[in-house]
Design a protein around this ligand. Sequence first.
Ligand code: BES
Ligand code: MN
Ligand code: ZN
Length: 490
Amino acid sequence: MTTPIAPNFIATDIDLIKEAQGVLAVFVPEAGTLDATAKRVNRLSRGAVARLVESDGFSKLDEGKAIMLAYPVNMAAEGVIVVKLSRRPDVSSARKAGATLAKMAAGKELHVLCGNLRRAEEVALGIALRSYAFNDHFTKEDQAPGAVHVMVNAPDDVKAAGAAHGAIADGVFFTRDLVNEPANVLTTTEFADRLAELSALGLKVKVMEEAELEKLGMGSLLCVGQGSDSPSKVVVMEWMGGDKDDQPFALVGKGVVFDTGGISLKPAGGMEDMTMDMGGAGVVAGVMKTLAARKAKANVVGLVGLVENMPSGNAVRPGDVVASMKGDTIEVINTDAEGRLVLADVLWYAQETYNPIGMINLATLTGAIIIGLGHENAGVFSNNDALANAFLKAANAEEEGAWRMPMGKAYDDQLKSRVADMKNVGGRPAGSITAAQFLERFVKPETPWCHLDIAGVASLKTDSNFAPKGATGWGVRALNRLIADNFEGS
Ligand code: BES
Ligand code: MN
Ligand code: ZN
């Protein structure tokens, strides 16, 4: 498990600057005025900060980016990072400045000299989020990262303003670890075990095994895992932090621990990426962890369908007809369109069991969404403008890219089957939309619902603002904010 660093907020102490070990950071706005701490560093280093600030390099820096002064004279520190940042930055710039620091400090002890800088707690969150590294499977012992001290004039106020940040980083890291974990480690059983451990935070966690899923009639979900030696499971995580009579909000995740495509086998090249095909379930788990860790005053239930899609003598075949829990029958044309088969039954179960006030599902559902939106935005599909707009607003505030996609009856018609109530694929045109139409058939018209297709954003081959390459944790912050802003009273 990767534990986020917990920044240590301390009162500004000018005398500490000379002796501080590791790396120091100061913030200088575009105009170049030095605050008291930057002035102190400047005086000690015989004017190095002022020279840097007057340089071409500083004037060309983007907001939130930085230049390192190496081995300044008269100071114990190995380096001083000079960050270009307004004294009153917006949340986004403050977090990006933090991410810049995390990258440049590279695990060394860090003293961040904020003084009266606004949003120092957001700088600290940026540092924590960008300090993630997935090191569980390297045999060489990695050095524990150095402590991060954030020096501010009013530590109690800053701590209070960032009270939820530890919980947010915990949730994001939990998601990233799950998504990065290889499929031989994160089997359906291991996944369920890790979720069961969340009960230590006060979540009620229930693991449903195959026999129970069969009794519920989840023929659609079960057919996906029937070729795997790992048993299919549905895990339900309840957080009842709100009024006990309030209907909960539901989060549903696709948890395909590995997607070979099944009998409709995927090509070998790149198949290893399908270890992230449980990304939707990973985000649901991360959000539930954050809500519990910050004791959210809302009722939220997280449900994940955990299966492995493998070819074998028992695997579901193209042309097979299965019956869903709802009762509708499905002709499985392509066993690689398995995520929607899993979600169909979990969505239905969520509504039948909890009658939720709203429901959002997340899934690495289609390659087509990557063709449409690339790696910048998740696809947002919805039957309810108010919920979709509330989500888009939260995602925008957290700078997690999200873009609304259309739905409609003409797309739904592509799912007509010759032998069953529907087939599981609608052909190449609008592949992401027909996948959403399939899901909508398992959503009651009166349930406000969003489907987030996160195939392009759950895991990246390049570094992003707040994560190194690999799992991003996309969506944990947006969904946490959606709950906080809309479902936690006033
Ligand atoms: N897990 C994949 C979608 C995916 C692709 C996720 C790339 C992340 C990166 C999904 O189960 C799948 O295989 N979808 C098929 C659907 C098709 C058979 C209709 C696809 O996108 O090709
Ligand atoms: Mn697939
Ligand atoms: Zn899949």
